[in-house]
Design a protein around this ligand. Structure first.
Ligand code: CA
Length: 355
């Protein structure tokens, strides 16, 4: 961890990076919650449970099971009033924030079916606490115990006003495994759209076609997932997530389309440029991995290429975020100083850390 700015990003024009090489917490897109929240003052009711962290995020926080339906209320309190750009959460929860001793609600503007939500807060409001309220559901698995519980799978914050623009993209894939058919099919399985539907099945979502043993995935014979937008997007980073059966992107290369034609039909290397960035270690929720590009990348398409390391590409979701209103003042004082001393004119680089 620490606030080391990735010197390689600043020096090298293009950096090709393989796999998840950076240290825990160096997920470069999210603010490190363990650094900015008052852990002792964070609580989930009913039950009074404390949060657990993975990388920069809170993951797998739950309330105590109850014999009747009762909403779970998760309160995250900051060490000091903090400007929160965007809350990223995996839960159909309602969110509110405390500022100046008053609570206000913030609504998610996207489809209600989304569990993965990027919710921007009003600009320049100093927040002392965040609260997520989750409806309870019957505890499943084994016998019906008649108990209700809630869970907050994932919560992270970003310093800027981020939106996930992936749901607006057309998804093109190099190949896919067979769809699920017959009795009680998994409707989403191996459909390209499942990669941007705001839901990540805990087990399986999307796989590229199985490879023969003598035909492994290589740089010459890669598998890939491409997100294509009608208009140019200003992207600052990506998050990927997957189920327990999926191994992710393996040795990954991220590319942006700079050609003139329709990226849907740009199947070779012409028109594609490698984007700087390094995926973080997987977090303990849907193996989420984040990557910050280090600089804003303007493009109509992003291609996530697997060039080896796994026998099949397997993913559950791709999240792509532009930053519309960069905000520097989220950084704690000590990290802000580090980022300035690194000579980067953009202060938010201070937590864009990695080896
Ligand atoms: Ca999905």
């Amino acid at each position: 961890m620490g606030g080391k700015t990735t010197t390689a990003f600043l020096v090298a024009g293009f950096v090709v990076l393989f796999g998840a090489g950076s240290g825990q917490g160096a997920d470069s897109l999210f603010v490190s919650l363990p650094d900015v929240v008052d852990v002792e003052a964070c609580v989930a009711e009913p039950g009074g449970g404390a949060p657990s962290f993975s990388g920069s995020a809170i993951v797998g926080w739950s309330t105590q099971p109850q014999a009747k339906k009762a909403s779970g209320v998760y309160t995250i309190r900051f060490k000091e009033p903090t400007v929160v750009g965007t809350v990223a959460v995996y839960s159909k929860c309602s969110l509110s924030y405390e500022s100046g001793g008053k609570w206000a609600s913030i609504a998610y503007a996207g489809p209600a079916a989304h569990r993965l939500r990027f919710v921007p807060l009003p600009a320049n409001v100093k927040v002392t606490a965040l609260r997520a309220t989750v409806q309870s559901s019957l505890v499943t698995g084994g016998a019906d115990l008649g108990l209700y519980a809630t869970s907050l799978g994932f919560l992270a914050i970003l310093s800027g006003d981020y939106a996930n623009v992936a749901p607006g993209a057309a998804v093109v894939v190099s190949s896919s495994s067979e769809a699920s058919q017959g009795f009680e099919p998994l409707a989403w399985l191996n459909k390209s759209w499942t990669l941007v539907d705001g839901f990540v099945d805990g087990g399986q979502n999307f796989f590229s076609r199985p490879r023969e043993e003598d035909e492994p995935i290589t740089a010459e014979l890669p598998e890939w997932v491409t997100l294509v937008w009608e208009k140019q997007q200003d992207l600052d980073g990506l998050v990927i997530a997957r189920g327990s059966s999926e191994k992710g992107l393996g040795d990954a290369v991220i590319e942006a389309y700079t050609g003139d034609g329709d990226p849907r039909f740009a199947l070779g290397n012409a028109g594609w440029r490698v984007v700087e960035g390094r995926f973080s270690e997987p977090m303990k929720f849907r193996s989420m991995q984040a990557v910050g590009f280090g600089r804003t990348t303007r493009t109509k398409a992003i291609r996530l290429k697997c060039i080896g390391g796994v026998d099949r590409l397997g993913l559950g979701e791709v999240i792509a975020g532009p930053e519309r209103r960069p905000r520097a003042d989220i950084l704690p004082e000590h990290r802000r100083a580090e980022s300035h001393s690194a000579g980067d004119p953009r202060p938010r680089q201070g937590y864009d850390s990695g080896p």
